[in-house]
Design a protein around this ligand. Structure first.
Ligand code: AHR
Length: 322
């Protein structure tokens, strides 16, 4: 009898511990650190909102740091996440180089790393679990192809076309790749030339200032290729102030497909935007959950994106989410 009671006691204790652990596991929130670039553009703000909303909806505790477009701020945030022992780190690197040391520290700490939107120049892919974002080279190529077709449609395909380029943040993936993609197309069309090119750091203010300086040179400008819509919209302001009509005197090409670009196109002040989706939140959360559950993930997931010329802007504008 005594033996039976002891056995029962052991069984009850085991069940209590097991239930306790299960309850604790059910209650334990996943903690994610996210080192964002900043709030330099409408795209970035939409990207931040998408990540915050998706984490909230999934009950994930998000520790979010805005790096204010400074690499040192992002490095500090990443080190803080290591110290805090978060479950997963999400990271959008402002530029491609200079991350080796901090990423080695993340890897040594055994914290899974998700790259979102941008990548680094570190060799190989072992240092992160998964990356999600856009194919920036393809975006540049889409911009170039649109221009070639547009010029042909308007009987200007044999003309000498001068293009000014507003580049994104120096050393960033999208600035390097959007330039490369666009130039891949120009290489097949010797009459299309980039005559001036400078960074506008993906911001509206710099887009306007740099465009002002392009215009002041007094050279003929046929096309503006801006690596994002914010810079295109800032530049459009400078074009108007110079007494010209954006969208007709100067053809304007942007990237991102933010609402502001659609408004400008409806007003006839911009010609096309190449889509780059910032709505990565749901995908990011899915990846976090899979990592925590020990499931495997693809190394790369590209967003599916379109090209929106002025002709379709009016029909599409109301359906835009950002
Ligand atoms: O990395 C994506 C780019 O970053 C967007 O095109 C730009 O608007 C943002 O700042």
């Amino acid at each position: 009898m005594k033996q039976k009671c002891a056995l029962l006691l052991v069984l009850v204790s085991v069940l209590v511990v097991a239930f306790g652990c299960a309850a604790f596991a059910a209650e334990k929130k996943i903690v994610v650190g996210f080192a964002q670039i900043g709030a330099e553009s409408d795209w970035r703000v939409a990207n931040t909102n998408s990540i915050i909303k998706a984490c909230e909806e999934a009950g994930i505790e998000l520790r979010f740091v805005d790096g204010q477009q400074k690499q040192e701020n992002q490095i500090k945030a990443l080190r803080d996440f290591i110290t805090q022992g978060v479950d997963v780190i999400g990271f959008a690197p402002v530029v491609e180089s200079g991350w080796d040391e901090v990423i080695e520290e993340i890897n040594d700490a055994g914290i899974p790393l998700i790259l979102s939107d941008r990548t680094t120049d570190i060799e190989g892919t072992d240092y992160y679990v998964t990356w999600m974002g856009s194919n920036f080279i393809e975006e540049g190529e889409k911009a170039g192809n649109w221009l070639v077709e547009y010029l042909a449609k308007n009987g200007r395909d044999k003309d000498q076309i001068n293009i000014v380029e507003l580049q994104g943040t120096v050393g960033s993936g999208p600035a390097i790749d959007r330039k490369k993609g666009f130039e891949n197309i120009l290489a097949k069309h010797p009459n299309l030339k980039i005559t001036q090119s400078q960074t506008g750091d993906f911001t509206r203010d710099l887009g306007r200032t740099v465009m002002e300086s392009f215009l002041k040179k007094g050279e003929k400008i046929d096309v503006l290729y801006a690596h994002n819509d914010d810079m295109a919209l800032g530049a459009s302001q400078a074009i108007k102030e110079a007494g010209l009509k954006p969208g007709s005197d100067i053809i304007i090409i942007g990237v991102d497909a933010v609402k502001g670009a659609f408004e400008a196109m409806v007003a006839g002040e911009m010609n096309v935007t190449v889509e780059c989706s910032p709505l990565l939140g749901p995908q990011f959360v899915e990846a976090v959950k899979k990592i925590v559950a020990g499931e495997s993930l693809p190394k790369i997931t590209y967003s599916i994106e379109g090209v929106y010329p002025q002709e379709v802007a009016k029909d599409v504008i109301d359906s835009r989410q950002y």
